[in-house]
Design a protein around this ligand. Structure first.
Ligand SMILES: Cc1cc2nc3c(=O)[nH]c(=O)nc-3n(C[C@H](O)[C@H](O)[C@H](O)COP(=O)(O)OP(=O)(O)OC[C@H]3O[C@@H](n4cnc5c(N)ncnc54)[C@H](O)[C@@H]3O)c2cc1C
Length: 458
């Protein structure tokens, strides 16, 4: 049982909010989730996760259900427009080393799986948060429909345009607390994308659908400015992301993932030939309207994650581009660490909460920063054009010594946290995970870790 009685409000039923709810459910901590959508939407395309977070599904007894919706990933391949190979990243050794294969699945399927583990009465749909307030005794959220909710802890898991973050920052500024200029700067909308999932594809037309594992293909245009990502998923479906559409620059309408047809895409783009056979237009024609979105994507790392009884997780503090493969992973790592911290909270006093949030931040921030840096690298690998970008790709994909690649992968997968209050999953993988879960660090140790990582990343 947790050390104390605690009431937690989670804002946002995305991947971070839903996994946190599942973890709190298993911890016996009281919580509710407030989500602005009126129901679970089937929005989003393919999403990838690695051993870093799959271990938690193993611990929660959800590994088989996860495998039922996902396909293992074997390789990431980069191609020129004429389909000549630029380079390849082999992720198939991951299972042996880290215990689990990397997986790709449709985002809505993972969300559906997580939501199925949360009692219905704990989810409040149609609750759009517009404001928050807190004092030493409690924290309150105010919804657009006039309702309010009060609790001991508020978790802002409400995505990149987080209302909880905006309210928190506004209140901090009112109190005279200085925030980093970058925290106050707007998102820069790095790239406009059209995304979709083509379903019911014919394996005879696309023989790659018969393969037991997925290949992620990035096709870099040279006579056109687009980069196209295509990946096979389970059930004869293919996820596609078309990035860098200059004829449809970032607009406010595309801030959020919403149903949006790909009609604005010029005819020439439909003719892009795919490495899996056929053209992008063929895939678009097999993509239902409700499975297409247009969205602005960018990387952004915020430095201020908590104050008082409020803490931010997931995209609300680290928005990452999908082709870095780190968005969902980092959101889930936050959820696991935060669940551990809340379970072990020794008292409900502001001082104890601040200490716990600080430990969480010191543990998570270096990882989030590393993920942010690797996302920026991934953008250069796929989005960059010209001599320098070609050179960069050649170094990263062709000339990087295998030992260096292996070290990078090892570093990325060292943290495979689990919940401190459940029996651990079976030991898997030749590279043992970091044995230290958050609570095992001594006072001051995390702070040093954070400082050390800062120095390294600069
Ligand atoms: C609909 C949707 C589709 C996506 N599709 C993809 C994809 O295909 N590929 C990919 O790599 N990434 C996708 N993402 C982003 C990806 O889910 C995140 O990068 C990552 O998983 C981190 O998740 P998160 O839970 O922090 O944030 P999100 O997944 O963004 O979830 C935030 C949740 O908070 C809710 N919310 C927002 N504001 C409020 C408010 N004021 N009050 C109450 N609730 C609020 C949102 O409706 C959403 O459910 C998508 C995000 C969304 C919301």
């Amino acid at each position: 049982m947790p050390s104390i009685d605690l009431q937690v409000t989670i804002v946002g039923m995305g991947i971070a909010g839903a996994l946190l709810a599942v973890c709190l459910e298993r911890a016996g901590i009281e919580y509710i989730v407030l989500e602005r959508a009126h129901e679970l939407k089937a929005l989003g395309t393919g999403m990838t996760i690695t051993a870093s977070t799959i271990r938690i599904f193993d611990q929660l007894g959800m590994l088989d259900e996860l495998h039922a919706i996902a396909l293992p990933i074997a390789t990431l391949r980069y191609f020129k427009q004429n389909h000549s190979a630029i380079g390849v990243m082999d992720v198939s050794p991951n299972k042996k080393k880290f215990g689990y294969e990397s997986l790709i699945f449709p985002r809505p399927e993972l969300l559906k799986l997580l939501v199925s583990k949360i009692p219905k009465e704990k989810i409040y749909w149609g609750k759009k948060i517009v404001r928050t307030s807190q004092d030493t005794k409690s924290v309150k959220v105010f919804c657009l429909d006039g309702t309010e909710f009060e609790s001991d802890i508020l978790v802002g898991a409400d995505g990149a345009y987080s209302a909880v973050r905006q309210s928190l920052y506004k209140n901090l500024l009112k109190k005279g607390v200085a925030l980093k200029p970058s925290d106050l700067a707007p998102l820069n909308f790095q790239m406009h994308c059209n995304v979709g999932v083509a379903t019911n594809l014919d394996p005879q037309k696309y023989p790659i659908l018969n393969a037991p594992s997925a290949e992620l293909h990035a096709i870099l245009g040279d006579t056109h400015p687009y980069t196209l990502w295509v990946s096979v998923m389970k059930n004869n479906s293919v996820s596609w992301t078309l990035g860098g559409n200059p004829s449809a620059p970032a607009t406010k309408a595309d801030l959020e993932w919403e149903y949006r047809s790909a009609q604005g895409v010029p005819q020439g783009v439909r003719d892009i030939k795919l490495t899996i056979g056929g053209t992008l237009g063929d895939l678009m024609d097999k993509t239902k309207t409700e499975l297409t979105s247009a969205v602005n994507l960018e990387d952004k790392l915020y430095e201020r994650w908590y104050d008082g009884r409020t803490i931010l997780v997931g995209d609300s503090v680290h928005k990452l581009v999908p082709w870095g493969g780190q968005g969902a992973t980092q959101a889930m790592l936050d959820a696991v660490d935060l669940a551990n911290v809340l379970y072990e909270l020794p008292s409900n006093t502001p001082a104890a909460i601040t200490r716990a949030f600080k430990a969480f931040y010191d543990h998570r921030f270096p990882d989030a920063r590393a993920a942010h840096n690797s996302s920026v690298t991934a953008s250069k690998l796929t989005g960059g054009r010209g001599f320098m970008a070609d050179l960069y790709r050649a170094i990263a994909l062709t000339y990087m010594p295998p030992v260096l690649y292996s070290m990078t992968m090892n570093k990325q997968h060292y943290n495979r946290p689990i919940l401190s209050y459940l029996p651990p999953p079976p030991a898997k993988g030749t590279l043992k995970p970091n044995p230290k879960i958050l609570s095992a660090y001594k006072p001051g140790e995390l702070e040093k870790l954070n400082q050390r990582m800062t120095t390294v990343s600069i």
